[in-house]
Design a protein around this ligand. Structure first.
Ligand SMILES: C[S@@+](CC[C@H](N)C(=O)[O-])C[C@H]1O[C@@H](n2cnc3c(N)ncnc32)[C@H](O)[C@@H]1O
Length: 250
């Protein structure tokens, strides 16, 4: 099976305002004393990681992502934090270890879990790298996310809906409990988001939502594919639905 793809980190960094806004609210749910070590699981270009690092003046952040380009961009953004931030290119779907083999005190993750195909493996792998009692505070695409776009995608080309999956709160509670988490809360949050029409919207779709679709197509078919999706959606609005997760390692 193919592993996670590399992302266009430069464009992602420019267009990631919605994820950064949601990520700030998710971070607010993570109580911190300021001296913890926190794993950011799927750090992207580090726009949320940077807010996390600012809350840990005596602590550390481990910025993990499967995309080498994302991690390289995060390193540039977070350089001012020096050795308070460690970087790790790793696939959350496979077992991994943290620097020094020391477990984290907590895990933050934003806009990432829906890209990891096997959530049983994901939560098992996260449980293995956090201290007993440590918190997992996360948000990802949830059940019903981008349903309008998926309906359009089903009508284009071979109808492939992408390598994402959007889980329910109920199934997620079960999986987290099986992986050893307790005090679990999960809930859906609709976040319909309006974009600037034209090239900004197309750019956003190309980089964030349709990246995996375009990776399967020859470059000279990319623009037509993106345009077909833009036309199919109609208004420059994405019907985002986020799945929130708060839990503790038992
Ligand atoms: C939409 S970005 C979110 C980045 C950042 N957390 C934010 O909120 O802006 C999704 C990130 O998940 C990463 N990702 C996807 N699959 C992954 C996997 N299996 N393991 C680790 N990271 C993964 C991608 O490389 C990408 O950086």
């Amino acid at each position: 099976m193919q592993g996670p793809r590399d992302w266009d980190a430069t464009t992602y960094d420019r267009v990631a305002d919605p994820m950064t806004r949601w990520g700030s609210a998710v971070l607010d749910r993570l109580p911190l004393g300021g001296d913890e070590t926190v794993l950011d699981a799927g750090c992207g270009t580090g726009r949320v990681t940077e807010q996390l690092a600012a809350r840990l003046p005596d602590g550390r952040v481990i910025a993990l992502d499967a995309s080498p380009s994302m991690v390289a961009e995060a390193e540039r953004r977070l350089a001012r934090f020096g050795d308070r931030v460690a970087y790790l290119v790793a696939d959350l779907g496979r077992p991994f270890s943290l620097p020094g083999d020391r477990p984290a005190d907590a895990i933050l993750s934003t806009a990432t879990f829906h890209w990891v195909p096997d959530h049983d493996a994901l939560f098992r792998n996260l449980a293995a790298v956090v201290q007993p009692g440590g918190r997992l505070v996360a948000q990802c695409g949830g059940f019903g996310n981008i349903a309008t776009i998926q309906a359009v995608l089903a009508t284009i080309g071979d109808g492939w809906l992408g390598d994402v999956h959007f889980e329910t709160p109920e199934a997620t509670v079960e999986r987290l409990a099986t992986a050893g988490f307790v005090d679990i809360e999960t809930w859906l949050q609709p976040e319909p988001t309006t974009f600037e029409p034209g090239e900004p919207f197309a750019d956003y779709l190309r980089t964030v939502v349709l990246g995996s679709h375009l990776a399967r197509l020859p470059a000279d078919e990319h623009d037509a594919f993106v345009q077909a999706v833009v036309t199919g959606i109609g208004k420059p609005v994405i019907d985002y639905v986020r799945l929130n997760i708060v839990a503790r390692r038992g």
